[in-house]
Design a protein around this ligand. Sequence first.
Ligand code: FES
Length: 158
Amino acid sequence: MLTPAEQSEIQSEVAHYPYKRAVAIDALKIVQKHRGHVSDEAMDDVARFLELSREELEGVCTFYNLLLRKPVGKHVIWVCDGVSCYLTGYGRLCRKLESTLGIKPGETTKDGKFTLLPIVCLGACDHAPVLMVDDDLHRDLDPQRNPGAVEGVLKQYE
Ligand code: FES
């Protein structure tokens, strides 16, 4: 069941549009902000609130790749595997993250601090390779050209 705070935030988005379904992605982002991820139960709750079927809601949101459907760590590291990043050090960056964190993409560190996930182009190809931690973009992270940069980024997060 959606909390009163979630309902109120979603309702204030609905007020800007003629149709409730227009806020489908925003509604799920609101739930994710409150709960850390969007569970199947939360999908059902949002669908009911927006008067959509679960299938319609899933369909609208299929292409929005920042929705987390499983529990994650305190911080999510989104590492870009788009073409520019792939050609400019994605492999080295990914290996550095994996060895520093002790996890593979899709996994969460034992202390629950970081989850490592792949993502398509983050729109900063001229500063590839890049990653995003939560909502913060970090650029020029090829360990070969910029040693110590990855450690510097990770240190910023408690
Ligand atoms: S391909 Fe990585 S930012 Fe564009």
